[in-house]
Ligand binder design. Structure first.
Ligand code: CA
Length: 518
């Protein structure tokens, strides 16, 4: 393979090396540029001469300032670039470059599970939610019994999953920030993939009482006696209920309620539903310098196709958007949406400051090994997932999104916390990775897209789609984007299965609790 680099924007002063083994000193690109030293794959080569304090440009944007003289052909290492200040939030352009609506894609459907309340699921799961961590081991025991003893009788149900978490007690439940984990868990419990009516297991003395978790639902208590008629309302098993004599009776009550829910779920069938019923959450994890030129823009292309078909597309991860905020506020559909985005950035700046950190805490050692110099470079690559459509709405942490089109749903960038919060709204997840992670979620399918072909070849049974072909010229960005779009519809319809679901790789849920623990 001849020496190859990717330059994203004509103004860029650096490019990244494509060759899988990196390149030795003296290697010469077709343009005549020769390397002054060896450069690993995905790391940056200087295309032009930089004086100290001169901007280093990638994506046509300043990713930092040179802190020494840099010659063409040099390996531009992370420590050669000083982090620029974040875009000031009080000077951002508001809705000044609203993209024109993209031509609609009409008549596209997928086979989903339509619920009585109109919401559409992509899986058919029995969900057992918990109001507090204290009950988690009991629920996990019951789940094992349900899998072994009950599920085989209900072939139309895909599985049983417990919503367990570390929240629910030992927290300042009336603190303002407590609203975040509480609403997240409430929306998760009513997820469309559970048919909208969960089974709740509570301890009894916890702060997060079931009525507070699901304030708009009437709850049906399950005791030691015969199962009451619930009429579509959630069942609640309260372990401290005076009815129960010992562990055996508690578990028997959970199994009785589970059996009734399984009978209902087993009647669900997939039917053609418009693609507008999809809410696809986008996330990246273990990113590298290729992410911003291969998998993320390919996902962005698929995001545009989803938006054109009327779907909801969520992008998130505040710390990975913060340094690209100046590129997003002009795209807001109106000034209010731009201000909502700034509100979320400002809230997170204050949250980080409270913890004695700032946005520079974001890149991981793996990100840096993968060629990402700092959070600015990471953010510019990350927002490529958002495609090119107008930003229609901004949701705060754990809020359920009901707007169609492209929506920013505020979350931390932490993979499991972001995924957990996106579950408040999404029925399918697309996850891009450069370094590789076996990440998955039980509640919705997770499609993993790799930034580099080398990763897809090393992990052929974990990566669902290889976007690395874009860097080597084997496939075009729109081709991979369209492939992903079709794959999304197949997975949402149950026609194809993700590797994470094939192996049952499902990460723990991790609700974001920025509030005090007592
Ligand atoms: Ca992430």
């Amino acid at each position: 393979m001849q020496p190859l680099y990717v330059r994203v924007h004509p103004a860029d002063s650096v490019a990244i090396v494509v060759n899988p083994e990196g390149l030795p000193a003296g290697a010469t690109f077709p343009c005549g540029l020769a390397l002054r030293e060896a450069i690993p794959q995905a790391h940056k080569v200087a295309l032009t001469r930089h004086e100290p304090r001169q901007p280093v440009l990638r994506y046509g944007q300043t990713i930092g300032f040179a802190n020494r003289e840099i010659h063409p052909g040099d390996w531009v290492r992370e420590e050669w670039i000083d982090l620029p200040p974040a875009p000031p939030l009080d000077q951002l352009p508001l809705a000044t470059a609203i993209p024109a609506p993209l031509p609609p894609l009409e008549g596209l459907t997928f086979d989903g599970y339509r619920n009585p309340d109109g919401a559409v699921g992509t899986k058919n799961l029995l969900g057992i939610t918990t109001s507090v961590q204290c009950v988690a081991p009991v629920v996990e025991y019951a789940v094992r019994r349900i899998r072994e003893e009950l599920l085989p009788r209900f072939p139309h149900v895909d599985g049983v999953t417990a919503i367990t978490h570390t929240y629910g007690c030992g927290v300042a439940i009336d603190a303002p920030d407590a609203a975040i984990p509480i609403r997240t868990l409430g929306h998760l419990s009513l997820h469309p993939n559970f048919g909208g009516a969960p089974l709740v297991v509570s301890l009894g003395c916890e702060k997060l009482q079931p009525g507070r978790l699901l304030p708009e639902r009437s709850l049906t208590r399950v005791g030691a006696g015969p199962l009451p008629i619930a009429g579509g309302s959630p069942y609640v098993v309260r372990l401290q209920d005076a009815d129960f004599r010992g562990f055996g009776e508690m578990v028997a009550a959970i199994l009785r309620a589970a059996e009734r829910r399984l009978e209902e779920l087993n009647r669900r069938r997939r039917t053609p539903c418009p693609v507008s019923e999809l809410a696809v959450g986008l996330q990246c994890g273990g990113s590298d310098a290729f992410s911003g030129v291969t998998c993320n823009p390919a996902v962005g292309h698929a995001a545009d196709l989803l938006v054109r078909a009327g779907a909801t597309v969520l992008f998130s991860e505040v710390t990975e958007v913060r340094d690209a905020a100046h590129l997003l506020t002009p795209r807001a559909v109106n000034e209010q949406v731009a201000r909502d985005l700034i509100r979320e950035m400002r809230w997170y700046d204050a949250y980080l400051a409270r913890g004695g950190a700032d946005r520079s805490a974001n890149p991981t050692p793996g990100n840096k090994r993968g060629g990402l110099a700092n959070v600015v470079e990471k953010a510019l690559g990350s927002v490529a997932k958002a495609g090119s459509s107008a930003l229609m709405a901004v949701a705060t942490h754990g809020e359920r999104v009901r707007t169609k089109g492209l929506v920013f749903a505020a979350t931390p960038a932490s993979d499991f916390i972001c995924g957990t919060q996106q579950l408040a709204s999404m029925n399918l997840h697309v996850f891009t990775t450069g370094e590789g992670t076996p990440y998955g979620l039980a509640m919705v399918p997770v499609i993993k897209v790799s930034s580099r072909t080398a990763l897809a070849e090393r992990w052929p049974d974990l990566i669902d789609l290889d976007a690395g072909r874009i860097a080597t010229g084997e496939a075009s960005l729109p081709q991979v984007g369209e492939e992903l779009f079709r794959f999304i519809l197949d997975v949402a319809s149950g026609r194809k299965r993700t590797w994470a679901d094939h192996w049952g790789l499902h990460n723990n849920l991790a609700p974001f609790n920025p509030g005090p623990v007592t």
